[in-house]
Write a protein that binds this ligand. Structure first.
Ligand SMILES: [Zn+2]
Ligand SMILES: [Zn+2]
Length: 455
């Protein structure tokens, strides 16, 4: 089994650390509720709730021990059953005496094994994991039980941004040949290091995996920008082939690729590998609705969506929400009326788990259009009645607009590693009158607050 991933919503791990480690004179405890997913050979837990005991819920606590009252634990189990959307308990406690290199103690082992055995006997299908925090790192594990044997498996915390995460004691720094890219004299990323700093690029190069959904005019520009920015592991998802009419904008696509109907993912992959042969580029020529993508997608650190239809944007957002993966969506629009461009614009939307906004409540996916695209015949019927534009209508598209929005997308992503700017969730580029970039605060303020999808 791969290390089990425990995914935290935006800001939640930082808040938890601050609350639990504030008191350095004694151990502290919190109980997290989670949703457990088994995808292929991996397990993933999405944290959906945090319960902090009050002072009176502790039976006793000191510098190197703590015990909770039974009633407190029972009450949380009842709460969990009543919620109905939770199937995992994660207990978190601190070792405030330990400055770094934190490990579970013999007492922790004993208590957790006993609790897990009791839990498995008492409730069906409940999973159990635990985290111990020191002042500067953590250790985490996931418990399973087979024929009475209780086993601890390694687990890793994933936060929405790398900056919020903490080092894991059990992870030794790997010798990574990819890091030679950061060599200031002769490395491929030497100039990038001068701009972004070695620490930032180290994180990007070392272990970040980015999925790009849709590698057409926008997605191919994004993928190229990602590789130029140092990202070493990309998933390219698109089932389309290159057509002659794509050649005005797909980066890396040549006339010959259109003549021989090559897959967009293959063409773009080849282009990226020419730029950086050390990069790991996976071509996945499937529709985003294809379940075979899930094991690969469950592992990624970011999903970037650059498709031109509502159905695939909706599906990508659903996967991101289900697994707690941060998402960036980008779209462009060109309207022409009477032979003149009346609108040329685009927008980049940042939606991390825990931000309490998504493409649904922002009104960026329309249920009518999603239905039109997914049900055979319905699209034509709705188009006929004027609800949606016909599926086969070719939209106007130009490279310059794609290039600007593609670069903006990767800039928004890189900012998640540097936090150089306080970026708003929606950034608009408008090329009408004078070109300008501005935040769309109105859509954010007026989004549906009771969103069923991200609430
Ligand atoms: Zn302990
Ligand atoms: Zn929402």
């Amino acid at each position: 089994m791969d290390a089990v991933r425990i995914r935290f919503p935006q800001g939640e791990l930082a808040a938890l650390r601050e609350q639990l480690l504030g008191d350095r004179s004694r151990e502290s405890f919190a109980l997290l509720f989670g949703q457990h997913h088994c995808i292929g050979d991996q397990r993933l837990i999405k944290v959906v709730g945090v319960c902090q005991p009050r002072a009176e819920d502790y039976e006793s606590r000191g510098l190197a021990h703590l015990r909770l009252k039974r009633d407190y634990v029972y009450a949380r189990l009842v709460e969990m059953q009543q919620r109905g959307d939770v199937n995992t308990l994660i207990d978190v406690h601190t070792h405030p005496f330990s400055p770094s290199g934190v490990t579970f103690s013999g007492v922790d082992d004993h208590d957790e094994i006993a609790f897990h055995q009791w839990l498995s006997k008492t409730l069906d299908d409940i999973h159990y994991a635990s985290i111990v925090l020191s002042q500067s790192d953590y250790s985490a594990r996931f418990w399973t039980q087979d024929d009475g044997d209780t086993t601890a498996h390694p687990a890793r915390i994933k936060t929405q941004t790398v900056l919020e995460n903490w080092p894991c004691t059990d992870e030794s720094p790997l010798a990574d040949e990819r890091l030679s890219a950061l060599d200031l004299q002769s490395g491929f990323l030497a100039r990038g290091v001068l701009a972004l700093g070695r620490d930032t690029l180290h994180q990007i190069v070392h272990d970040q995996c980015i999925a790009v959904v849709g590698v057409g005019g926008l997605g191919s520009v994004i993928a190229e920008n990602l590789v130029h920015s140092g990202f070493h592991h990309l998933l390219l998802i698109d089932h389309d082939q290159v057509e002659i009419t794509n050649l005005n904008r797909i980066v890396g696509a040549y006339a010959r690729d259109a003549e021989t109907n090559r897959l967009k993912t293959e063409v773009v992959k080849e282009h990226l590998e020419r730029i950086n042969p050390a990069a790991r580029i996976e071509a996945l020529p499937m529709e985003i609705e294809d379940d075979r993508l899930l094991p690969a997608l469950a592992r990624v650190d970011w999903i970037l969506v650059a498709t031109d239809n509502h159905g695939s944007r909706f599906e990508a957002q659903q996967i991101a929400l289900r697994f707690g993966i941060p998402l960036i969506s980008v779209g462009v629009n060109i309207k022409v009326s009477g032979g003149r461009i009346t609108d040329m614009s685009g927008e980049v939307i940042l939606a991390r788990a825990g931000d309490r906004l998504c493409l649904n409540c922002l009104g960026r996916v329309s249920p009518t259009k999603v239905a039109a695209e997914s049900v055979d015949g319905l699209g034509a019927e709705l188009a006929h009645r004027g609800y949606v534009s016909g599926r086969d209508v070719k939209e106007p598209a130009v490279k310059t607009l794609n290039a600007i929005l593609g670069a903006m997308t990767v800039d928004v992503l890189v900012n998640q590693y540097t936090q150089r700017q306080e970026l708003p969730p929606i950034l608009v580029f408008e090329n009408n009158g004078l070109p300008c970039i501005y935040p769309d605060t109105e859509s954010v303020a007026h989004r549906r607050k009771d969103c069923f999808h991200c609430g």
